[in-house]
Write a protein of this length. Structure first.
Length: 406
């Protein structure tokens, strides 16, 4: 049985980790999930029947602390956990260390690279999932460091062919070492216990208003200002619609968005929900929504998109390469170019005016995602990746194929 250490020590992509670990258990793998408690949703791993084992300490995520203090203590806790894991791996090393995120490297601290080099010295194979080619907001600063990290991996997993092509263009790595395994749906099993009317009442939405939702972590590349400019243009048509922007982010960015709403005079039609909310509340946001919008400037992969698909909502998004591998304009979504305010406003207007089109697009998109079955396929492909880097896949094929065996 392959021993796998799933490494996301600060729980940066906690939900993705949990769904993947849960599915990998069904592939008869021994998976140790190296992550601290996700401080925004402390019970998320328990709900998905996944045990997190960060190494030595799992304290900071269990308490509500001021942001700066929490970040400092999380870094200290992570470094102590890496030391503890390095000692543990000396006598019980995993066959594969699967890296999900490198948060210290993002802060230009190379401690994770030292840890991974030590794992390789012990004989562990290294795999990384490319959630981002480099941090979106400062790619020029971090590109070199992430290039070094990716090139030391035995295999990389990308969620789209567009991301794979970008990795191959920027890194010196053999094409056969870069796998494309899609991102699975999130929260598909969550029950929408809130009645639609009650969910809409959370936002004061009237019966004849169409609710448009933009949900997820708020970052500069998410295109919120572009969305607001498009929404201002849409309002000139007299559309009966309310825009909900829900998520958390850096305080200075959130304040910029608040000021933009006021400057454009959108206070009556835009509601800002700048906080992290429990999964049940977040699902009620989707239950209230008629349309979800993704006005991103750039993207490698999007868990928010996979949530919108799983919740069977009509989608308007920018025509980015990773999106176009999932979404087709007019078939299962409406797409526009980033920066085309008229195009985004027009797409939203079409869906606001046409409930039948909303239903058709939502059903088409959701038909691509089958919940647990999709994750089983992802787990099987991920297991094949592990076997390839450890040599098990080659040896298995050699036994089954006399030509390979020769």
């Amino acid at each position: 049985m392959l021993r796998v250490f799933m490494m996301d020590l600060l729980s940066v992509v906690a939900y993705y980790d949990a769904y993947l670990c849960r599915s990998l258990k069904e592939e008869e793998l021994s998976v140790e999930f190296g992550a601290i408690t996700y401080h925004f949703d402390r019970d998320c791993f328990k709900r998905l029947d996944v045990l997190n084992q960060p190494g030595l300490l799992d304290v900071v995520g269990r308490f509500k602390l001021p942001s700066l203090i929490r970040r400092i203590f999380k870094v200290i806790e992570m470094c102590m956990n890496m030391v503890a894991l390095a000692i543990k791996f000396t006598w019980k090393r995993p066959d594969v260390v699967h890296v999900q995120y490198l948060p210290l490297l993002e802060r230009r601290i190379p401690a994770e690279l030292w840890f991974l080099k030590y794992c390789r010295f012990l004989g562990s194979s290294l795999v990384a999932t490319v959630h981002d080619i480099a941090p979106h907001d400062r790619r020029d600063v971090h590109a070199g460091q992430f290039k070094q990290a990716f090139e030391m991996m035995d295999a990389l997993i990308c969620h789209s062919d567009a991301a794979r092509q970008q990795v191959l263009a920027q890194c010196v790595i053999a094409p056969e070492r870069v796998w494309v395994i899609p991102h699975g749906p999130l929260f598909f099993e969550s029950q929408q216990n809130t009645q639609r009317a009650a969910a809409r009442a959370l936002f004061g939405a009237k019966d004849d208003e169409c609710v448009v939702l933009c949900q997820g972590m708020i970052r500069p590349y998410k295109g919120i200002e572009f969305l607001l400019d498009s929404w201002a243009e849409l309002q000139l048509s007299g559309a009966r619609a309310k825009l909900i922007i829900a998520g958390n982010g850096e305080s200075h960015l959130l304040e910029t968005i608040r000021q933009r709403v006021q400057a454009l005079g959108l206070q009556d039609s835009v509601q800002l929900c700048f906080q992290f909310v429990p999964t049940e509340t977040m699902i009620s946001y989707y239950h209230a929504a008629d349309i979800v919008v993704y006005p991103y400037k750039t993207i490698t992969t999007s868990g928010a998109l996979m949530t919108g698909i799983a919740q069977r909502k009509a989608i308007v998004a920018t025509s980015l390469s990773p999106f176009r591998e999932i979404l087709e304009d007019g078939k299962n979504a409406l797409l526009c170019d980033y920066g085309d305010t008229s195009g985004l406003a027009s797409g939203l207007q079409r869906l606001i005016d046409d409930p039948a089109l909303r239903e058709r697009l939502a059903n088409e998109a959701a038909g691509q995602s089958c919940g647990d079955e999709t994750w089983r396929q992802i787990a099987a492909r991920t297991k094949a990746c592990y076997e390839s880097v450890t040599g098990l896949l080659t040896r298995s094929r050699a036994r089954d194929d006399p030509v390979v065996a020769q």
